[in-house]
Design a binder for this molecule. Structure first.
Ligand code: C2E
Ligand code: CA
Ligand code: CA
Length: 570
C-alpha cells in the first residue's frame, strides 16, 4: 500500500522535530518516529555500516547497525554510500518487502532524503558528543567545574537533589607528595586518586576538579560514607613498573542536601561546601567538616570581620606587642617577636580571635605588612634615639606565598624605613602545606641573600619537617611549645627525647634553636641541659606594649634565677 505525500511529510517533520530536541541521538526514543516514516515509504529494513574513514572502508573494518527492521521478509532495493563532514563513510542498504511493487521515483527520492538526513544528524550528534567531551574536561583529563555545575543544574531542574550530598575536598600535603616523588609522578597520583573516587561514585553522582588539588563531588547519601572513607586515604600506584604506591588523603567539606532544598543557584551549594572544606583544611581539628548553622555563624563572623578590618587598619587599632627572646647562658635580651593585638574601643581582641579568620582570605597579608611597617618604624626610632636594638621577628602567614613579589615587598618596606636588614627576621610556619614548596624555598633563599633572617615557626606542628629544614637556608628553628617537656616530665618521655634530638639536629644543621613557651625555671634548666641557649616565654616576659619593651631594651639583662621580670601580662 502506498501512502500519500502528505502523510510522509507530516511524519518526516515530526521525526526532524524529535531529532532537534535531542542533544545526542537516542535511537530508542526515535523508534516510533523512524518506524512511521519507514512505513510511509515502504521500507522494511535499513542496515548501515559506518567506517571511520575510507581507508578502513577498504579494509572492511566498520560497524554494522540495523537501523530499522519491520521483521518482514525482504530484499535489498537500494544501496547508497554517503561521506559525511567528519569523513566517515556510511553505507546504507535499504530493503523492500519481497514480491512488493518496486519503489516509485518519488519514493526513492524520499528514501534518499530520509537516509541522508539521518546521516547528517548522526554525524552532528557525534560532533556534539566530542564537543561536550572537551567542554567538560580540563587539560589534564579531569571533569571540570562546568561539568559539576551542569550536573547540579540538571539535578535541580529534575528535583534530583533529594537524597544527595555535595562534597568539596582538598588533597592533604600534596606539595610534599610532589616533592617526594617528583611533579610528574605527583600528577599521575592525583589523577589516579581522582579516578578511583570517580569510579566509586560511578553513575550515582559526579565528580570534577575545581583547580589545583581542589575537587567537588555530588554523591547519593547512601554512598557518602564509602566516599569519605576513601578520602581518608587510598594507596595510589605511582610507578606501574615497580608497583610503588603512596597514600593520598584529603580533607573535606560536606553538605547533605535536605529534602525539598531549593537552591537559588549552584553557587549556593558550592559556597557551603567550600566554607566547610576551608575549616577542615585550615583548622586541623577534623578532616571532614559538615556544613552546619555554626559554620554559617562562623561565616557571618568572617564577613563581619572583613567589613570592619579596612577601617580598623586605617585607624591603627592594631598594636605591636613585643615578646623578648633571651640567651639563657648569659641572660641577655637577644631579640623579640612582634605579636599583634587589636584594640577595638576598650576591648582587647587576642590574635587567636581574628588571625585565623583573616587567614581565610587575603586580609592577613595586609595586616602582616602593617605589622612589619610598624616594627620597622620602631626600630628606626630606637636606632635614632641611640638605643641598643635587637633583631625583631615578624610573623608572615603562608598566604603570602601566592604573592610573587613578596620578597620585593618585604625589602621595600624595610628599606623605606631605612632599617638595616640584620634587624629584621621573618617567621614562617610549616603547618599549611597547600602552598608549593618551591615558592617557600624561593622566598627563604631570597631573604637569605638580602641578609634578612628567616625562622621556621612552630616547628614540630607540621609535616615532613625535616625535609623542609634540609632543603632551605633557614637561620632559626623555633621549637613549638607542645614539644617542650613540662615540669616533672620524665627524661624518657617521647617529648623529652624528641626535644633533645630536635635541638641536637638543629645544631648539626647549623641553625639557631629557640624554645617557645618557656614558663618555668625548671624548663630553663632543661634547655640548658640540652644545650638550647635561646628561649622565649612567660617565664621571662609576656608580649609587651612598646613602652614596656623599650625598658627591657634599655636594661638588656635578665636575672635568670627565681623571679622573672613580671612584665605587663597581655
Ligand atoms: P606564635 O607565632 O606561635 O606566637 C607565639 C604565641 O605564644 C603568642 O601568642 C605568645 O603570646 C604565646 N606565648 C609566648 N610565650 C608563652 C608561654 O610561655 N606560654 C604560653 N602558653 N604561651 C606563650 P599570641 O600572641 O596570642 O599569638 C597567637 C598566634 O597568632 C601566634 O602564634 C601567631 O601564629 C599569630 N599571630 C600573632 N600576631 C601575628 C601577626 O602579626 N601576623 C600573623 N600572621 N600571625 C600572628
Ligand atoms: Ca611566631
Ligand atoms: Ca610559634
Amino acid at each position: 500500500m502506498r501512502c500519500n505525500s502528505l502523510d510522509f511529510h507530516v511524519l518526516f517533520e515530526q521525526l526532524i522535530q524529535k531529532l532537534n530536541s535531542q542533544i545526542t541521538i537516542n535511537f530508542e526514543e526515535l523508534v516510533p518516529y523512524t518506524t512511521a516514516v519507514c512505513r510511509a515509504i515502504r521500507v522494511e529494513k535499513i542496515v548501515t555500516t559506518t567506517y571511520a574513514n575510507a581507508k578502513l572502508e577498504a579494509l572492511g573494518r566498520g560497524d554494522e547497525l540495523v537501523a530499522y527492521d519491520s521483521g518482514e521478509k525482504c530484499i535489498q532495493g537500494l544501496y547508497r554510500r554517503i561521506v559525511n563532514n567528519m569523513m566517515n563513510v556510511i553505507i546504507c542498504r535499504v530493503y523492500i518487502k519481497e514480491g512488493a511493487e518496486p519503489w516509485t521515483e518519488e519514493e526513492i527520492t524520499r528514501i534518499r532524503m530520509y537516509i541522508e538526513t539521518m546521516s547528517v544528524y548522526v554525524s552532528r550528534s557525534k560532533i556534539t558528543a566530542a564537543a561536550e567531551k572537551y567542554a567538560f574536561l580540563d587539560d589534564d583529563g579531569y571533569h571540570n567545574l562546568r561539568y559539576i555545575i551542569r550536573y547540579i543544574q540538571r539535578s535541580m531542574e529534575s528535583g534530583g537533589l533529594n537524597g544527595m550530598a555535595a562534597i568539596h575536598f582538598n588533597l592533604k600535603h600534596f606539595s610534599l607528595v610532589n616533592q617526594q616523588i617528583g611533579r610528574k609522578a605527583g600528577s599521575l597520583v592525583m589523577l589516579g586518586f581522582f579516578k578511583q573516587i570517580e569510579h566509586m561514585i560511578d553513575d550515582k553522582g559526579a565528580a570534577g576538579r575545581m583547580g589545583g588539588d581542589n575537587f567537588v563531588a555530588m554523591v547519593k547519601v547512601e554512598m557518602l560514607e564509602e566516599v569519605l572513607n576513601a578520602l581518608a586515604g587510598i594507596a595510589v600506584v605511582y610507578d606501574p613498573g615497580s608497583g610503588e604506591r603512596i597514600m593520598v588523603s584529603a580533607t573535606a567539606g560536606v553538605f547533605i542536601i535536605p529534602d525539598g532544598f531549593t537552591a537559588t543557584d549552584v553557587g549556593d551549594i558550592l559556597d557551603k561546601i567550600i566554607a566547610a572544606s576551608t575549616v577542615a583544611r585550615t583548622k586541623g581539628t577534623a578532616d571532614v567538616v559538615y556544613f552546619s548553622s555554626e559554620l554559617a555563624e562562623e561565616k557571618e563572623k568572617l564577613s563581619r570581620l572583613q567589613r570592619l578590618f579596612p577601617d580598623a587598619l586605617v585607624k591603627e587599632e592594631f598594636k605591636v606587642y613585643y615578646q623578648p627572646k633571651i640567651d639563657i647562658s648569659t641572660g641577655e635580651l637577644i631579640g623579640a617577636e612582634a605579636l599583634c593585638r587589636w584594640f577595638r574601643g576598650d576591648r582587647l581582641i587576642p590574635p587567636d580571635a581574628f588571625i585565623p579568620l583573616l587567614e581565610m582570605g587575603l586580609d592577613i597579608c595586609k595586616l602582616d605588612f602593617y605589622m612589619l611597617d610598624h616594627v620597622c618604624r620602631d626600630i628606626r626610632r630606637w636606632l635614632d634615639e641611640g638605643r641598643r636594638v635587637v633583631r625583631v621577628s615578624v610573623n608572615l602567614s603562608r598566604k603570602h606565598m601566592m604573592d610573587v613579589d613578596l620578597l620585593q615587598h618585604i625589602i621595600d618596606t624595610v628599606d623605606r624605613n631605612n632599617v638595616p636588614h640584620e634587624y629584621v627576621e621573618v617567621e614562617l610556619t610549616e603547618t599549611t602545606t597547600d602552598v608549593e614548596f618551591r615558592d617557600l624555598k624561593r622566598v627563604v633563599s631570597g631573604l637569605q641573600s638580602e641578609g634578612i633572617c628567616t625562622s621556621v615557626d612552630d616547628f614540630g606542628m607540621g609535616y615532613s619537617s625535616l625535609n623542609l629544614i634540609k632543603e632551605m637556608p633557614w637561620n632559626v628553628l623555633k621549637i613549638d611549645r607542645s614539644f617542650l617537656p613540662v615540669d616533672g616530665e620524665s627524661e624518657n618521655s617521647t617529648r623529652s627525647v624528641m626535644f633533645k634530638y630536635v635541638v641536637a639536629m638543629a645544631k648539626d644543621l647549623g641553625l639557631e634553636c629557640i624554645a617557645e613557651g618557656v614558663e618555668t625555671e625548671k624548663q630553663v634548666e632543661l634547655l640548658k641541659h640540652n644545650d638550647c641557649e635561646l628561649a622565649q616565654g612567660f617565664f621571662f616576659d609576656r608580649p609587651l606594649p612598646t613602652e614596656e619593651f623599650e625598658k627591657r631594651l634599655d636594661q638588656y639583662h635578665y636575672s635568670l634565677s627565681g623571679e622573672a621580670w613580671g612584665g605587663k601580662s597581655i
